[in-house]
Design a protein around this ligand. Structure first.
Ligand SMILES: Cc1cc2nc3c(=O)[nH]c(=O)nc-3n(C[C@H](O)[C@H](O)[C@H](O)COP(=O)(O)OP(=O)(O)OC[C@H]3O[C@@H](n4cnc5c(N)ncnc54)[C@H](O)[C@@H]3O)c2cc1C
Length: 408
């Protein structure tokens, strides 16, 4: 039986691209299929979108040789301050603070703009001899048998491989074709995303204000700039997004406060409707799901991509180890090793982010008092605080080699 490639990846988003590089670094031949063009994905305009990358994600990018080209554009996150807030009021005195100095590993993570990460991944994909990137086409169909999987592209070509990995986002066509259902719901909330410039320095501190309509995150970018992820109910978000820039800032200012001085917009404004989506299974016959295709969570903790990059590290380790042992990487017992490794962690993340959103997007005075006292208790307990910091940095659980910064 001849194969065109070892693994076909459907979806060249951040997770699909990182997976292609990880598998290629372990000697597997990969074909990556992505509907949008390379030019569209390497657009240098600042999209206002940035990611809070946990230390485990930074280590994976370093192990894949990506970090050297983006590190100088990243902002270390040195401190996280979490406060209960209400529009126009001084924040509650119950502040929960996580200082990176409480752990030995250094910054808890880094803020990195989407454009830098995407461009670095694209450059590395092009440079890898083990990767064939097919852009401007989608995966339209697949069928599997004992020996492999036949993957049909929108252009009519059929590729024969040992495994198809669906990295095709939260509406994953791969999952639907494989008969994998998703559980989940819409939150009735939309995240408004933009970057702002401000008068004063942020000292590497990330702020999270819990407002009754949803959380407002102010995340430090290099220079006097921050990335804003501002959650409102769908109706309020639509009305705010329709405002012109000056009126948009007028609505943001009383939520933001004046601790960074005068603020202005530093790029375009975006909005993302929020939903939870968790695949019932992560694997099927010669198919694996990864990233948002397997689990798309509320951005309240900034952990969606971090969880996807841990999937990347785990699946790459399982498949490359299988190859070294002479096993077929698409065999079901191999794929179940990946599912067992990642399913519990990602389900816990989905439940935790869902619960935090319900607990904090709430103006009930009793719930407010309970969570304020809860934050005060965590803040007063250094051991518990350190545990939260290690969790945010992605340093808990059985870490795959790439997430530890080691080669495969
Ligand atoms: C407002 C907001 C803020 C966030 N902030 C953070 C943060 O700070 N930190 C963090 O860790 N995470 C964050 N996240 C989550 C993060 O953005 C996502 O988890 C991550 O981008 C998902 O990447 P992905 O590659 O899995 O999926 P996607 O980015 O959805 O990529 C899927 C790809 O599949 C392609 N595709 C679709 N159909 C097909 C097909 N049939 N064939 C081939 N390809 C196909 C699409 O074109 C696309 O390129 C945030 C999310 C939101 C909404």
């Amino acid at each position: 039986m001849s194969f065109d490639t070892d693994i076909v990846i459907a979806g060249g988003g951040l997770n699909g691209s990182a997976l292609a590089l990880a598998l290629a670094s372990g000697g597997l031949r990969v074909t990556l299929v992505e509907p949008s063009s390379t030019a569209a994905r390497s657009d240098d305009n600042f999209s206002g979108r940035g990611y809070a990358l946990a230390l485990s994600s930074q280590r994976l990018l370093k192990a894949l040789g990506i970090w050297d080209s983006v590190g100088s554009d990243a902002q270390p996150i040195l401190d996280i301050k979490i406060t209960d807030g209400k529009v126009g009021q001084t924040p509650s005195s119950f502040v929960l603070e996580f200082d990176h100095a409480e752990i030995e590993e250094g910054p808890m993570g880094y803020m990195l703009e989407d454009r830098y990460l995407r461009r670095a991944l694209l450059g590395a994909l092009e440079a890898s001899p083990n990767i064939t990137a097919i852009t401007g086409q989608s995966v339209q169909d697949h069928s599997s048998d004992d020996a492999g999987v036949a993957v049909t592209l929108s252009g009519g070509q059929t590729l024969r491989a040992k495994l198809l990995v669906g990295c095709d986002g939260k509406t994953s066509p791969t999952a639907k074709r494989a008969g994998i259902r998703h559980q989940g719901w819409r939150y009735g909330q939309t995240a408004l995303v933009c970057a702002i410039a401000h008068e004063r320095g942020h000292d590497g501190t990330a702020h999270q204000y819990f407002m009754p309509s949803g959380p407002l995150a102010i995340l430090p970018l290099p220079g006097n700039r921050s990335s804003i992820v501002w959650t409102e109910t769908d109706a309020a978000a639509a009305a705010i997004q329709a405002l012109d820039d000056a009126d948009y800032l007028e609505v943001l200012r009383p939520r933001f406060g004046d601790f960074l001085g005068e603020i202005s917009l530093a790029g375009a404004r975006f909005s993302y409707p929020l939903s939870l989506s968790l695949a019932e299974r992560f694997v099927a016959d010669r198919v694996a799901l990864l990233g948002d295709a397997a689990h798309a969570v509320h951005p309240i903790a900034g952990q969606g991509l971090n969880a996807g990059l841990k999937d990347v590290a785990a699946l790459a380790e399982v498949l490359v180890d299988a190859k070294r042992r002479g096993e077929d990487p698409g065999r079901s017992d191999v794929l179940h090793r990946y599912e067992q490794w990642r399913r519990f962690d990602t389900t816990t993340l989905a439940i935790a982010t869902d619960g935090f959103n319900r607990l904090f997007s709430n103006d009930n005075p009793i719930v407010r008092l309970t969570r304020d006292v809860g934050m005060g208790i965590v803040n007063a307990m250094p051991g518990l605080r350190r545990a939260f910091i290690r969790e945010a940095a992605g340093l808990t659980g059985t870490l795959p080699r790439l997430s530890q910064g080691r080669p495969l």
